[in-house]
Design a protein. Structure first.
Length: 192
């Protein structure tokens, strides 16, 4: 796959809250970061307005934005559903527990790169995530890998939309605004 270390077309997305209803926000940058986010004393998530619903699986950026929208809305089953049923898919209980004390998540996306392989298209998307927990913001950066099995080749239900194969994010020393996602490092191989 091509490499994209500089992320020249980054966009910053923060889910905009709806004034229609209030709720708690949650957030967790990646299933791979569970241990990093659950360290330290737990702080209850503060009440905030719930962001508008977003579920879009048409592009790599839309999938990741929808993932974090679900997390911010505390819809952990929906968030988990963006991961494909592949070896790196986290188990649901661990995934959901990792978000419990996160009060806010901000997301910055780079430009995705695509590569075709045997009836599928694989995408690599550089990301920067800021997760706030107990009033402290922590920045993570890295890469998500996504896969779309070509719709024309899917002959039997259920249809498999684009989904996350794996995420590889690491804690960053950079501030969120200065951080850059990085897909130059290969994602670790899938779990056996």
């Amino acid at each position: 796959m091509g490499r994209n270390a500089s992320c020249p077309r980054e966009t910053t997305r923060e889910t905009k809250p709806s004034k229609a209803r209030a709720g708690r926000w949650g957030g967790f940058p990646s299933a791979m970061l569970l241990g990093l986010l659950v360290l330290g004393p737990a702080a209850p998530a503060r009440a905030q307005e719930t962001p508008d619903y977003r579920d879009d699986r048409s592009t790599p950026n839309a999938v990741i934005e929808s993932l974090y929208n679900a997390i911010n809305r505390r819809e952990f089953v929906r968030a988990w559903s963006y991961f494909r049923e592949e070896p790196d898919r986290p188990d649901f209980e661990t995934f959901a527990k990792g978000y419990q004390d996160t009060s806010r998540v901000r997301l910055k996306l780079g430009a995705s790169e695509a590569e075709g392989a045997a009836g599928s298209t694989y995408y690599r998307l550089p990301v920067v995530v800021e997760a706030t927990r107990g009033g402290t913001a922590t920045v993570f950066s890295g890469c998500y890998e996504l896969r779309l099995v070509q719709p024309a080749t899917q002959a039997e239900p259920p249809f498999q939309p684009m989904g996350i194969v794996r995420g590889n994010l690491r804690q960053s020393k950079a501030k969120f605004e200065e951080g850059q996602g990085d897909c130059s490092q290969p994602n670790p191989p899938a779990k056996p």
